[in-house]
Design a binder for this molecule. Structure first.
Ligand code: TYD
Ligand code: MG
Length: 462
């Protein structure tokens, strides 16, 4: 929609038609005396529907269009690009690569408008040097180094960028919210003000937030409910970085984006399916290792779960597990103890995921159980088998979604067998129908087990 003059507009109380001038009769529906004065936020016609209600069919769908970020992995996590008029918060530990990621985004984003990169942490020269290294010297990008919310806001007003990055929200300070930057109050206030600006101007706003390892800083948390999407940029093993969403108003919060930090910034990893597998001479698995195809958003990745158990010294046992929730490790150990008789309650348990991937998917239960069992019994798992399935407290293997895709992904990486729960009616019907087709042959053979005992029997014999 083209811009309309600022100031009041006149809206028909019958059909919601908007006129710039008062008229006695609505030209749209022909009713008399129905045009009423209506304040319009910032003079923008596309704020109609926010300052007053609109009939659903008369809303301009162009209001919610997305801007591709230029980074396919980022778009994947966001659900198709940055939404105009939205605010995205990106959290991560200092040094993880947030500034690098966003400068690359500024350089690659497809936008007709300008891009403003606000930094409260680095000097213009430092940013220029980084941009040199990243090949990000685009003349659409303007850099502004300031910690003052008022100055940032007037710069936004002057420039009207289509994308604005604030690096970081913790360095911004507003007079109205007390004198110390970085407090929860300041962060909330600044996030709220900037978010109002972004919405009024249909810009995509990205806020950077530093988060410590414990995620202990209350500040960025306070801003989470004010924004449309919350992403975290996490450390994988070595140069690997994982971007994931914990909140996404405009898409799923399940997708992960995978990058590697290199000499010239972050490289996207388009096919990470085998990235988290460990390749070994001879191809056998060591004791305590198990492989699971995990469903991360729309992709299946194969991951290796590693477990180690040692007798606890002082009668107090502990679970050390950073990548899989410790409560879950304890639960799986308890299920094993109950249903196999192997003792875990006097053991310290260490669990790791190769490649540093954080796993939350229910489908890893079986692989976790088998890794623990292997570690405790000192027998390695067969290397040709990948494992998938959720475990109930009764020791039953529960179905997980997309077994077929998991079997395919496992086959692509050299696993001939996928051990998992029996097929359920829905997915099973399809699978059976395709049993003679090429899709089936490309997949690892699906071996069924109904509970943890029969799964272990299928793996270890008796
Ligand atoms: P940075 O983006 O400054 O992290 P954050 O903004 O999250 O604090 O990234 C800093 C690290 O990334 C630093 O250790 C150097 C490294 N790096 C590279 O390895 N390659 C590069 O091309 C760039 C720009 C940075
Ligand atoms: Mg930074």
């Amino acid at each position: 929609m083209a811009t309309k003059p600022k100031g009041p507009v006149y809206r028909c109380s019958n059909c919601a038609h908007i006129e710039p001038k008062w008229l006695g009769r609505c030209p749209e529906c022909g009713q008399w005396n129905t045009l009423r004065e209506s304040a319009q936020a910032q003079g923008r016609p596309d704020r109609a529907g926010e300052t007053f209600p609109l009939p659903i069919a008369s809303i301009d769908p162009g209001q919610g269009t997305r801007l591709p970020s230029g980074l396919a992995e980022m778009d994947r996590v966001l659900g198709g690009g940055l939404m105009r008029g939205s605010v995205t918060l990106i959290g991560g530990e200092p040094g993880i690569g947030k500034s690098t990621l966003l400068l690359q985004l500024c350089a690659r984003a497809g936008t007709a408008g300008r891009i403003l990169y606000v930094s409260g942490e680095e000097s213009p020269a430092q940013i220029r040097m980084r941009a040199d290294r990243l090949g990000a010297l685009r003349d659409t990008i303007e850099v502004f180094c300031s910690c003052d919310l008022d100055l940032v806001r007037s710069t936004l007003d002057a420039l009207k960028p289509s994308i604005a990055v604030i690096d970081s929200i913790q360095t911004l300070r507003a007079e109205e919210a007390g004198s110390v930057p970085g407090t929860a109050n300041q962060i909330k206030y600044c996030a709220q003000e900037l978010s109002a600006w972004a919405k009024a101007h249909d810009s995509a706003l990205i806020l950077v937030a530093h988060v410590t390892k414990e995620g202990a800083i209350a500040g960025p948390k306070a801003a989470e409910h004010l924004v449309d999407a919350v992403l975290s940029f996490e450390q994988g093993e070595g140069d690997m970085r994982v971007l994931r969403a914990s909140k996404n108003r405009f898409g799923s919060a399940e997708e992960v984006g995978i990058f590697r930090m290199g000499e010239a910034g972050l490289e996207e990893v388009a096919d990470p399916s085998g990235l988290f597998l460990v390749r070994r001479e001879g191809g056998s698995l060591p004791v305590g290792a198990a492989v699971a195809p995990v469903h991360e958003g729309s992709r299946v990745l194969l991951v290796e779960i590693q477990a180690l158990t040692v007798s606890a010294k002082a009668g107090i046992t502990r679970v050390y597990s950073e990548r899989i929730e410790t409560g879950r490790v304890s639960r799986i150990a308890a299920i094993l103890e109950k249903h196999t008789g192997l003792r875990f309650s006097d053991q310290d348990i260490y669990v790791n995921v190769a490649g540093g991937m954080r796993l939350t998917e229910p489908g890893i239960d079986l692989a976790l159980a088998c890794a623990l069992f292997s570690a405790r019994s000192d027998v390695a798992l067969p290397a040709n088998t990948a494992l998938a399935g959720e475990l109930s407290l009764a020791g039953e293997l529960r179905p997980v979604r997309q077994m077929r895709r998991r079997a395919k992904a496992a086959a692509a990486l050299g696993f001939s067998r996928l051990l998992g729960p029996p097929e359920v009616a829905g997915e099973g019907g399809k699978a059976k129908a395709k049993a003679g087709g090429s899709e089936f042959r490309e997949a690892a053979a699906w071996a069924e087990a109904s509970d943890i005992k029969s799964a272990l029997k299928a793996l270890f014999g008796k």
